[in-house]
Design a protein around this ligand. Structure first.
Ligand SMILES: [Zn+2]
Length: 504
């Protein structure tokens, strides 16, 4: 995710959540059928209510029926194939918006109730550990948010898009809403014939029945719930070829296709540039979705990144800035999507790397030296750590705080850690580490400890002390090779580049 200039007023998280359930409470609940239904989580430090214990989702089959307007609920069916990892009297799914009509488990009607942000399902017969199970939920998916809920469906001027990061997929469909449980997806989106629907992955067909068309898409790689994308609009789908025959498809408002073409045409070279840095693009397709919406951020939804159309049409943004934002979201396809965070405290691995390649691209193509930005980041880093926590131990999203966990400490603050690492181990080792990281953890999840381990292996020495100080310290350590860099007090009148405004 990258916050864009105009809107820092988004991502309000005004939620009053229950504290994390202790692991002991979780196991008691799994065993005690008579206990009241209660919301469960997988113990994420920042979002304790996300995800659920006892099963591992293999695939989601999501059907949405769009009624032709974006202020009415869509009819939806979510089918989940999962493997149980514990004996389960009940199955908790995350689902907090929309109504539930019925639930079936393995073809039989099941009881269900709501508890907090969870839909708690009681199958006719308890499930045993190590079983395949299929859960089918008939529900509505409501694009109109409640006052305290943000994210999920984004209403555009001509339809809908999706923005589920970090904790909003379960406002759209019932799921195990944590990036540690990646799965395959099939989307079946039924829209009036005047609309075009596009989702993650590649199309496998479109079926026209009278006034409506059902568009079907399938992913070829596992994906986190937060990265799901469904675009419904009066859209043009623009196709071209990327490096080594990679099929690209961009989704833009039909009326703006010509105006936006010069930006769309940049993607193949940007992919080639990133492949030169970190290796093959990890997915079956890529493209940009330019939505007519004021989201206030761009988002790396897998194989189809979400952008505000205005980013490309607002004359105030310099060309280099727009290109570096495109590269930011593109680099997330490797860092954040293909390799997704094991917990949300690992989000610095997403945003630090995306900021790194965004800056490197600006250095190599627009003559904007990375060291200048790093020196400025160094000056601000102590203040960022104080406001948001150290990069790998970010403070939880506080009620009323508008940017959630997406603060400067995990963007430029985390890119600064990567810069310190390159200074420490040298450019060749750093570049080898980057390639190995996305190769070894491709299509999987990985956390901070994995990065420290791999970096130490590549450097040939234990870097634990270095990382502990840089990732978890309240103060920023001295920058290797730049003893003159010092923390700076907040400046009264900092020169405001679009980028500096863009973050905060
Ligand atoms: Zn980002």
């Amino acid at each position: 995710m990258l916050l864009t200039p105009r809107l820092r007023t988004r991502l309000r998280i005004i939620r009053h959540r229950k504290a994390a359930l202790l692991a002991s409470a979780v196991s008691v609940c799994l065993l005690a059928a008579a206990a009241p239904a209660e919301p469960l989580g997988v113990g994420d430090r920042l979002y304790p209510y996300l995800g659920n214990p006892g099963y591992d989702v293999a695939s989601y089959d999501l059907s949405f029926d769009f009624p032709g307007r974006n202020d009415k609920p869509l009819r939806a069916v979510t089918t989940i194939d999962a493997w149980t990892t514990a004996d389960l009297e009940r199955i908790n799914l995350d689902f907090a918006h929309g109504t539930v009509g019925s639930v079936e488990v393995d073809g039989r009607p099941a009881d269900f109730t709501r508890a907090g942000d969870d839909l708690v399902v009681t199958p006719a017969h308890p499930l045993h550990r190590g079983m395949w199970t299929r859960i089918t939920v008939r529900h509505t998916s409501d694009p109109v948010s409640e006052a305290d809920q943000e994210g999920g469906w984004v209403r555009t001027t001509d339809g809908l898009a999706m923005a589920n990061q970090a904790d909003a997929a379960h406002l759209v469909f019932p799921c195990n809403d944590h990036p540690s449980d990646k799965a395959m997806y099939t989307f079946r989106i039924t829209v009036p014939n005047a609309y075009t629907a596009v989702a993650n992955g590649l199309p496998t067909g479109a079926e026209r029945t009278g006034d409506t068309t059902t568009w079907i898409y399938r992913t070829r790689h596992p994906m986190a719930t937060e990265l799901a994308q469904v675009s419904i609009g009066r859209s043009a789908v623009v196709r071209r070829e990327g490096p080594h025959g990679l099929p690209l498809r961009d989704v833009v408002p039909s009326a703006d296709r010509k105006t936006l073409e010069p930006w769309l045409a940049k993607t193949p070279d940007q992919i080639a540039w990133l492949e030169g840095k970190v290796g093959r693009y990890p997915f079956e397709t890529y493209g940009v979705l330019m939505a007519q919406a004021a989201t206030g951020f761009e988002l790396e939804t897998q194989t189809l990144s979400l952008f505000e159309k205005d980013l490309f049409t607002e004359p105030a943004y310099p060309k280099w800035y727009i290109e570096s934002v495109m590269v930011h979201e593109l680099s997330h396809q490797w860092f954040g999507d293909s390799v997704s965070p094991r917990t949300w405290s690992d989000v610095w691995l997403n945003e630090g790397h995306a900021t790194w390649y965004e800056e490197l691209y600006a250095e190599e193509t627009a003559d904007r030296p990375m060291a200048d930005r790093m020196k400025a980041a160094y000056g601000a880093s102590d203040r960022w750590r104080e406001a948001g926590g150290p990069p790998a131990r970010p403070k939880p999203p506080a009620p009323g705080q508008k940017i959630g966990i997406f603060r400067a400490n995990v963007y430029d603050g985390a890119a600064l850690v990567l810069y310190a690492l390159r200074q420490e181990i040298g450019r060749p080792a750093f570049e080898r580490l980057e390639r190995l990281w996305v190769q070894e953890h491709r299509d999987s999840t990985a956390g901070t400890a994995d990065f420290i381990r791999l970096a130490s292996a590549v450097a040939g020495r234990d870097l634990d002390g270095f990382f502990q100080a840089w990732l978890y310290g309240a103060k920023t350590p001295p920058m290797p090779g730049h003893p003159d860099w010092k923390p700076q007090a907040a400046a009264k009148a900092t020169p405001r580049t679009p980028r500096a405004q863009g973050h905060r």
